[in-house]
Write a protein that binds this ligand. Structure first.
Ligand code: NAD
Length: 280
């Protein structure tokens, strides 16, 4: 009989040495990795990271032109990596189902879901429309649920998988005029824990990533609209700067790999110390 206090495949000294030698992500080769919001920013950096591991990439984004450009850049960087790019909105459940179905048709499985698509919503809450509130909930929360469920159904049927949901440090600490964003990201963090405890026994690991300020189109757009001051953000961050999409992708790569096999139901902050700092 199985000794329940030990894993079926214990993490080996060889795996640890491979990681230390820089060969730690070979296990991701040929894995089918589905990334939402893959055309830009953090999602695109994740796509580059998993592409470099030889994973098969299923890319989803609502912006068709940006997705085509991103897929072109990924193909140029790694021509041997199979890419299936699909235009779909994560907040439309039938479109999500069709997209997962197409991936299954092409490759027979989904091993890793990077539930990354999200939108910012900056507005004084007294002026926030019901429509804007619902859009934030639809994309940032409902979309994460639709994709997670579509992925997990397939993962459970095939014996396991990994889901990473993109939360935010603003799901852990609040910011003014971001009620919809903060509330949806906090919900993503708790959804991740809820799914982890329910799906862990079925072989599906679920974690959330909670980035601080990362220099992407999302942030550049807020700067352009005068809603954000980059110098002030850098000064407020203990690390003294904003993060890069690549730094978030590095965390994603680790959490998706078997090196993180015992990390489950975790909300991983990568915020340069922002949320640790109780501002004076
Ligand atoms: P980004 O705007 O650069 O990229 C987001 C991508 O998602 C875009 O390509 C966009 O077209 C796509 N997208 C938007 N709505 C979609 C929908 N309904 N369906 C499918 N795709 C959709 O943003 P980013 O900064 O790379 O953010 C990625 C994730 O990281 C988001 O969930 C965001 O909330 C989160 N995040 C970002 C920061 C930051 O500082 N940039 C900080 C914390 C969390």
């Amino acid at each position: 009989s199985r000794d329940a206090s030990f894993p079926d495949a214990p993490y080996s000294i060889e795996a640890l040495q491979a990681l230390a030698r820089g060969q730690g992500f070979a296990g991701l080769r040929d894995k089918v990795v589905l990334i939402t919001g893959a055309a830009s920013g953090i999602g695109l950096a994740m796509a580059h990271a998993f592409s470099a591991c030889g994973a098969r990439l299923a890319l989803l984004d609502v912006d068709g032109a940006a997705l085509e450009a991103a897929a072109g850049r990924l193909r140029a960087a790694a021509p041997q990596v199979p890419i299936l790019a699909q235009v779909a909105a994560v907040d439309e459940q039938p479109a999500v189902e069709r997209a997962f179905e197409a991936v299954e048709q092409a490759w027979g499985r989904v091993d890793v879901l990077l539930n990354n698509a999200g939108i910012s919503m900056n507005c004084p809450t007294l002026e926030l429309s019901g429509e804007a509130w619902r859009k934030a909930v639809d994309v940032n929360l409902n979309g994460v649920f639709y994709c997670a469920q579509a992925a997990a159904r397939r993962m459970v049927a095939r014996g396991g998988g990994v889901i990473l949901n993109m939360a935010s440090m603003y799901g852990v600490v609040a910011a003014p005029e971001r009620a919809a964003y903060c509330a949806t990201k906090a919900a993503v963090a708790m959804l991740s824990k809820s799914l982890a405890i329910e799906w862990g026994p079925l072989g599906v690991r679920v974690n959330a990533i909670a980035p601080g300020y990362v220099r992407t189109a999302l942030v550049d757009d807020l700067v352009a609209r005068g809603r954000m001051d980059l110098d002030a953000l850098a000064r407020r961050t203990p690390s003294g700067r904003l993060g890069t999409p690549e730094e978030i992708a590095a965390l994603g790569l680790f959490l998706a790999s078997d090196h993180a096999a015992f990390i489950n139901g975790h909300v991983a902050l990568a915020d340069g110390g922002w949320s640790a700092y109780s501002y004076i």
